[in-house]
Design a binder for this molecule. Structure first.
Ligand SMILES: Cc1cc2nc3c(=O)[nH]c(=O)nc-3n(C[C@H](O)[C@H](O)[C@H](O)COP(=O)(O)OP(=O)(O)OC[C@H]3O[C@@H](n4cnc5c(N)ncnc54)[C@H](O)[C@@H]3O)c2cc1C
Length: 468
C-alpha cells in the first residue's frame, strides 16, 4: 500500500487571508498545498454586505498584488476579466465596493484547484502519538465533510508538513449582552439581540421591534446606524446609538500614521514587552477601529436633513456611556439596559425593543489544536504566542494569519498586509523567497536608531556632533 500523500502545507480557513495564501501558493511548483473551509463557498461578511459600502483599504490591498503585481489573481485582472476595468478607471476611486471585493474573492476562489469547501476541521494531530516523534513528522488534519445543510456526511484526513491557520476571528458579545441574548432567545415575543455580523438577515425584524439600540462605536456600528436611520425615522422607530468611547471618533487616515502598517513598525511592536503592547493596542484603536470620516459626515448630513423644519428625529447618540448590565423584561417584552456615564458616574435604565452589538471580533486558539497543544506556545493569557515570522511552534511549522493582533498590532487584520505576511510564510515553507519581502517601507524610523552620518561627514566625526 502506497504511503499517504503529504502536502507541503494544509491551510485551514479560506477567508481573504487563507485565499490570498492559496492564490500566492498556486504558481509555485515547489508548494503542494490544500486549503479547507467549513463554508460552502467564499462569502465575505454577508451580515454586513451593505449596499454601497466600500472596503476601507485601496484596491491594491487585494489578495496578491502587494506580493506579486503580475499575478493573474489581482483585482485589476478581475475587473478586466469581468469587463469592469474601464468603469472602475472612470470611477476614479481607490476603494472598491465591499460587494465587489466579495465577488472578486469568489472569482479567484473559482480558479484555484487547491480549495476544498464544506470541510470543517475538527482535529490536528501528529501521526505517531508519542511526543518524541520527529519534528518534521507531518500533521494529520481531520475534517468533517458537510452537505449543503451543514450535516456531516463523511470524514477526510489530510497530511501536511506545514499548517497555515486562517480561521479568522469570531464576533464578540460582552457578557451582559451575551446573557441578554440568551434570555431573549427564550422569549419568542422578544426583539432581536444580535451582533453586527448577523445584521442584514435580521434588518426587518429589528425595525419591527419598534425601537433599536446600537452598542459600540466602530465602522460597523456607524454603517448600521446610517443604514437604519432614514427608514427608522419614516416608520417612527426609535434608534439609539450608545458607545462607551468618550466620542464618536474617526478612523485615523493620515500618511505617517498609515506607515505603522509596515514591516518595520511590526518589528518594533513585536519587540515590545507584552504590557506595553496591550497599552499601545488600546491607544492605536483610532488607526482601525474608528469610523471613516466620510461616514461620520454622511450621518451628520442625514440628521441635518431629517430634522429640517423642526421635524423630530426619533434618535439619540450617547458617548462615554457604558452598558453595565442588561436583562430581558418578559412582562413587557422589552430589553432593559443599565447605562452608566463615564465622566458623570450617573446611570439609568434604558428600555429598547432590540439590541445590535457592534462590539467587535476576537481571535482565540481553535479547539482543533488541542491534540497538539503541547507543541504550541501560548502567552500567560492563553492566547497564541506568535513569533515575528508568524509561527507558534518551536519547529516553525504552524503559521497563523490574522491571529496575531495582540503580538503584531495593526497589521494583523489589515487586508493590505496579507500578501506580505503570506510571503513570509511561503519563504519559511520553501526555504527561499518566492516573493520579495520588503524589510522597510516607511520614511520615518521606529525606535531610536543610531544617528546617521551627515552627508560629507568623515566616519570618525559622524558621532562627535553631539559632543560639540
Ligand atoms: C464587516 C467587516 C468589514 C471589514 N472591512 C475591512 C476592510 O475594508 N479592510 C481591511 O483591511 N479589513 C477589513 N476587515 C477586517 C478583516 O480584514 C476581515 O475581518 C477579514 O475577513 C479577515 O480575514 P480572515 O481570512 O482572517 O478571516 P475570515 O474572513 O473570518 O475567514 C475565516 C474562515 O475560516 C473558516 N473556518 C473557521 N474555523 C474553521 C474550521 N474549524 N474548519 C474549517 N474552516 C474554518 C471560516 O468558515 C471562514 O471562512 C473587515 C471586517 C469586517 C467584520
Amino acid at each position: 500500500m502506497s504511503a499517504p500523500h503529504v502536502h507541503d502545507l494544509v491551510g485551514i480557513g479560506i477567508g481573504p487571508f487563507g485565499l490570498g495564501m492559496a492564490a500566492l501558493s498556486e504558481p509555485l511548483a515547489d508548494v503542494d498545498a490544500i486549503f479547507l473551509d467549513q463554508a460552502s463557498e467564499f462569502r465575505w461578511h454577508p451580515g454586513m454586505m451593505l449596499e454601497g459600502a466600500t472596503i476601507q483599504v485601496p484596491f491594491l490591498a487585494d489578495l496578491v498584488t502587494m506580493a506579486d503585481p503580475t499575478s493573474p489573481y489581482s483585482f485589476l485582472a478581475f475587473l478586466k476579466a469581468t469587463g469592469r476595468l474601464y468603469p472602475f478607471y472612470i470611477r476614479e476611486s481607490f476603494y472598491p465596493l465591499r460587494s465587489e471585493y466579495d465577488a472578486y474573492c469568489r472569482w479567484v476562489a473559482e480558479r484555484l484547484e487547491s480549495l476544498r469547501w464544506r470541510r470543517r476541521v475538527v482535529a490536528v494531530e501528529r501521526e505517531a502519538d508519542d511526543t518524541a516523534a520527529s519534528a518534521d513528522e507531518p500533521f494529520l488534519v481531520t475534517a468533517e465533510v458537510l452537505d449543503a445543510a451543514g450535516a456531516v456526511i463523511g470524514i477526510e484526513q489530510h497530511r501536511g508538513r506545514h499548517l497555515v491557520l486562517g480561521v479568522g476571528t469570531d464576533p464578540e458579545l460582552p457578557p451582559s449582552l451575551r446573557e441578554l441574548a440568551a434570555q431573549a432567545g427564550a422569549d419568542p415575543s422578544a426583539g432581536p439581540v444580535l451582533h453586527t455580523a448577523d445584521y442584514l438577515p435580521a434588518r426587518e425584524s429589528l425595525l419591527a421591534a419598534g425601537s433599536i439600540t446600537i452598542v459600540g462605536s466602530g465602522q460597523s456600528a456607524a454603517e448600521v446606524y446610517r443604514d437604519l436611520l432614514d427608514e427608522a425615522t419614516t416608520r417612527g422607530v426609535q434608534l439609539d446609538w450608545v458607545t462607551r468611547s468618550t466620542r464618536f471618533f474617526p478612523m485615523e487616515y493620515t500618511k505617517l500614521s498609515l506607515e505603522l502598517t509596515s514591516p518595520e513598525y511590526t518589528d518594533h511592536y513585536r519587540g515590545l514587552p507584552e504590557e506595553l503592547r496591550e497599552q499601545l493596542g488600546r491607544e492605536q484603536r483610532g488607526l482601525y477601529k474608528g469610523i471613516s470620516g466620510d461616514l461620520i459626515d454622511d450621518i451628520h448630513e442625514a440628521l441635518y436633513r431629517l430634522s429640517q423644519g423642526g421635524r423630530e428625529v426619533p434618535t439619540t447618540l450617547l458617548s462615554d456611556v457604558a452598558v453595565t448590565a442588561a436583562r430581558h423584561d418578559a412582562a413587557t417584552g422589552e430589553h432593559v439596559l443599565t447605562l452608566r456615564h463615564g465622566q458623570l458616574g450617573t446611570q439609568r435604565e434604558h428600555r429598547t425593543g432590540a439590541v445590535i452589538a457592534a462590539t467587535g471580533y476576537l481571535s482565540s486558539p481553535p479547539a482543533f489544536l488541542d491534540p497538539i497543544a503541547e507543541r504550541i506556545r501560548f502567552d500567560a493569557r492563553g492566547r497564541l504566542d506568535v513569533s515575528r515570522d508568524y509561527t507558534v511552534d518551536a519547529a516553525g511549522r504552524i503559521h497563523v494569519l490574522n491571529a496575531e493582533e495582540h503580538t503584531h498590532g495593526v497589521t494583523a487584520p489589515d487586508l493590505g498586509f496579507g500578501p506580505w505576511r503570506a510571503s513570509v510564510v511561503l519563504a519559511a515553507i520553501t526555504g527561499r523567497e518566492p516573493y520579495p519581502i520588503e524589510q522597510s517601507i516607511a520614511f520615518q524610523s521606529f525606535g531610536l536608531p543610531p544617528q546617521p552620518a551627515r552627508p560629507g561627514a568623515t566616519p570618525a566625526t559622524a558621532g562627535s556632533a553631539t559632543s560639540r
